[in-house]
Ligand binder design. Sequence first.
Ligand code: GLV
Ligand code: MN
Ligand code: MN
Length: 413
Amino acid sequence: MSGADAVKEDRLWQRHADMAKLGGTPRGGVNRQALSPEDAAARNQLAEWAQKRRFATFADRIGNLFVVRSGKDAGALPVLSGSHMDSQPTGGRFDGMYGVLAAFEALEALEDAGIETKRPVMAVAWTNEEGSRFQPGAMGSAVFAGVYNLDEMFCQKDWKGVLLKDALAETLTAAPAPVRDGAPGFPVDSYVEAHIEQGPRLETERKTIGVVTAIQGSRRYIVTIDGEEAHAGTTPRAARKDAYAAATRIAAAMYAATTDPDDTLRFTIGRVEVSPGSPNTVPGKAVFTIDMRHPDNAVLAAHEATLEAIVAAKAAPCPARIERVTNVPPTDFDPTVIGLVRDKARSLGLSHMDMPSGAGHDAMHIAKLCPTGMIFVPCERGISHNEIENATPADLAAGAKVLVEVLEALANR
Ligand code: GLV
Ligand code: MN
Ligand code: MN
């Protein structure tokens, strides 16, 4: 039996259903934000399944969780596959979780088919990919790859002021796993991540497998505007330092400046906080986030300069600043891994197409360490970062079949 033959569609689907209960929302999605009790519950669930299959598990100091299927050559570098189990506050059941469960399914399929590999094959759940609670996103994989510093990440705070170090300690207490000392990261032979596409192209083109060639660059910013609190009924307009009014001027100019006739540049203001948040007090402070993406780093750099100029020009009479919190350049994946994904999709008789990724993924950091690639499967109407996100059991299984075949090839090279 081949690894692909041993992939069980029902088992993979049931695992998604079981995970969807952890942080499940009434609208059918999940709220399983990084380092929350729900995240800990998902870690425990994965570890329990691993123990049943007698796969070893361990974590590193940023909380990345690894499941190990040993290889014949104990000294050979491992092949890694996975994604993330944390979600957006109103997230779907598949974003991230599919990549972790597809990797786990691949380990089980290799086991069930009695296939030995030269290299160990590991499934991994990276910590805090979404970056919606703690900035920056793709944190666990970035620390693993040496892109971010562990101690700096420990000092990050969520929007309520909770220190990441404390949330991580609580998570590792609630979901205990042997923790490897020292800086996270170890040598890896190669990495393959499966994910739902999170966009409409595969569905529109009626293809089952996306052979992912690259990830576009992304930058995130926080804009902070300081005003002066004042009485809403008595303070004349000319005397106000209204932080929210300044925020709307800045935001309107930014939307205008980032309008792209090709619709390639992506610009999003996803979080706005106005303080003190009282109907009859002129806002004394406004904070908003910007997420900007493009395949060409030079275009991102040029737009960054424009955003800075807009903040300087439009904020008066309020002092304002723009701070860049992440800058991830575009990623090109490894031609060997891309070729393997394409070949395995073809030999399994699955329709496929080459495509870049609009979304960010942990693979963008691991690509700095080792040959890396990704496999996309369709999701309904391309909708993601939404509780109604959906995918079919057959497509998820098809992606897992390609994954196990690619992992086996890499683990025996
Ligand atoms: C990941 O969720 C991203 O924002 O691209
Ligand atoms: Mn994701
Ligand atoms: Mn996401």
